[in-house]
Each structure stands twice: as C-alpha cells, then as structure tokens.
Design a protein around this ligand. Structure first.
Ligand SMILES: CC(C)(COP(=O)(O)OP(=O)(O)OC[C@H]1O[C@@H](n2cnc3c(N)ncnc32)[C@H](O)[C@@H]1OP(=O)(O)O)[C@@H](O)C(=O)NCCC(=O)NCCS
Length: 221
C-alpha cells in the first residue's frame, strides 16, 4: 500500500487522523508484565527466551553484524545472562527487547531493543540487529513496522531516536527507508575496537509516523 510521505500537507493529514481516532489511540496494555507477541506475515516478534541464546550468539557475533554496534556477549552463557537482564529491565519498565523470529522457525535470529531516554517514555531510543543470512529479505522492514506500532501506540513514545555509525551504510539505509529523519552527526561519539566513530542521529516522531500510516487515497478527494 502506498503511504503518505512526511512532507504531505500536515493540516489535511491531521484532519484525516481526527476522523480515525482508532489509529491515534494509545493502547494501555501493561507490557511491563510481559511483551505481547506481534505477528506479521513473514516474522513474529516476541519476548526473548533463554533458549534463544545459542541462535543469537551464532547470528549476532559475526564480524559483519557486530562491527558497528556495541559489542555483543562473546559466549552463549553471556547471551543467557543478557536475556535474563533484558527480562528484568522490561519488568522494571526501563527497556524492552523483542526477538525476531522468522515464520516457520522457533528461535530468534535478531533483536529490536528499545530503552527510555527519560522517565515516562516520552523519548526513547531503539536499535536492531539481524543475522546476515536474513539481510535484504524484508524481515527487518516488516518487524520494524510492527515494533514502531508498539512503540508509538502502546508504549506512548512521542520521539524515537536511533544512532548509527556513519560508515554503517545498511544501518543508515534501513532507518532512512522507514522515514526516519537524520538530524545531525554526533562527532566521535562511538568507541569501537579502539577507534572513535561519528554517528548519525535519526528520529521518528509519533505524529509523523501516524501520518505516514494513512494511505494516500484517504486524503485525495
Ligand atoms: C540494520 C539491519 C537490521 C537492517 O536489516 P536489513 O535486512 O539489512 O535491511 P534492509 O535490507 O531491509 O534495508 C537496508 C537498506 O539499506 C540499503 N543499503 C544497503 N547497503 C547500502 C549502501 N552501501 N549504501 C546505501 N544504502 C544501502 C539497502 O538497499 C536497503 O534499502 P532498500 O530496501 O530500499 O534497498 C541489518 O543490516 C543488521 O543487522 N546490520 C548489523 C547491525 C546493525 O548495524 N544495526 C543497526 C545499528 S543502527
């Protein structure tokens, strides 16, 4: 379905939103007691399980996946500890981490992480990583749409940030194609393998994202 670009006439688009209150309402599900399962056609997002540790270790510790992200755990046991930590932080309401599970599989091949940048989740930051065998398959794009809906409509985030090393062409490309706006460059903000890298700061605002969900046909009279 063709979607409305962020540059569209805001007044006209907001008027359409007014007529569709269900698209703007924030669901008050208490995700802190357990993340919901988000189901797409080719991917399911769900809470991490300790049994995902082996698969995540295999998927996320390769050089091509990990070169531009904070160093992942270096052992299966390290991933198990990370999963237990993630579930504790979710219960505390500080953080959420969805496992990316392809259709027909049972284990995670990647992650979407979200953390609050201020108490109350007005602003938050997300990050993601996927095993390279699944790059370019559409799994990321579908999963991202599901998780963005959760972030804006369930968590109630109004501004979502992401940081990507400027050399990370795929990471920046993935954010750009979702409609994220690049706001600037954070100079020498990320230390990896003893080298400081510049990062691009990207954001998505809840109202822009909601407008982008409206089919273009809904605003043409
Ligand atoms: C980031 C990640 C989850 C995205 O998943 P993916 O399946 O690779 O993403 P997609 O293929 O759907 O989208 C990437 C986009 O970048 C584009 N891209 C790839 N290489 C590019 C390059 N050299 N220059 C510009 N754009 C590029 C792709 O063409 C694609 O856009 P398109 O679908 O419009 O063609 C995955 O690449 C990954 O796990 N990378 C390692 C971890 C990481 O860097 N995480 C991001 C931290 S911000």
């Amino acid at each position: 379905m063709e979607k409305m670009p962020y540059t569209a006439d805001m007044d006209r688009a907001l008027a359409v939103l007014d007529q569709q209150p269900e698209t703007t309402s924030v669901v008050t599900t208490d995700w802190k007691t357990g993340l919901p399962v988000l189901t797409g056609t080719r991917v399911t997002l769900r809470e991490l399980r300790v049994s995902d540790a082996r698969s995540l270790f295999a998927m996320l510790t390769t050089e091509e996946v990990s070169r531009f992200i904070s160093p992942p755990p270096t052992t299966v046991e390290g991933f198990e500890r990370f999963i237990l930590w993630a579930n504790r932080e979710r219960a505390a309401g500080n953080y959420a981490c969805f496992a990316i599970v392809p259709q027909g599989m049972d284990t995670a091949v990647g992650l979407f992480q979200i953390r609050q940048l201020e108490p109350g989740w007005g602003t938050a930051e997300w990050g993601f990583a996927l095993g390279s065998a699944y790059w370019g398959t559409g799994l990321y794009a579908e999963g991202a749409e599901l998780v963005l809906d959760f972030i804006f409509n369930t968590m109630g985030v109004h501004r979502l940030e992401a940081r990507a090393a400027v050399q990370n062409a795929r990471g920046n490309g993935a954010l750009r194609k979702l409609g994220a706006v690049q706001e600037g460059i954070l100079r020498r903000s990320f230390l990896r393998n003893g080298e400081y890298m510049d990062q691009a700061l990207w954001s998505i605002l809840a109202e822009e994202w909601r407008i982008a969900q409206i089919p273009v046909s809904a605003t043409i009279h």
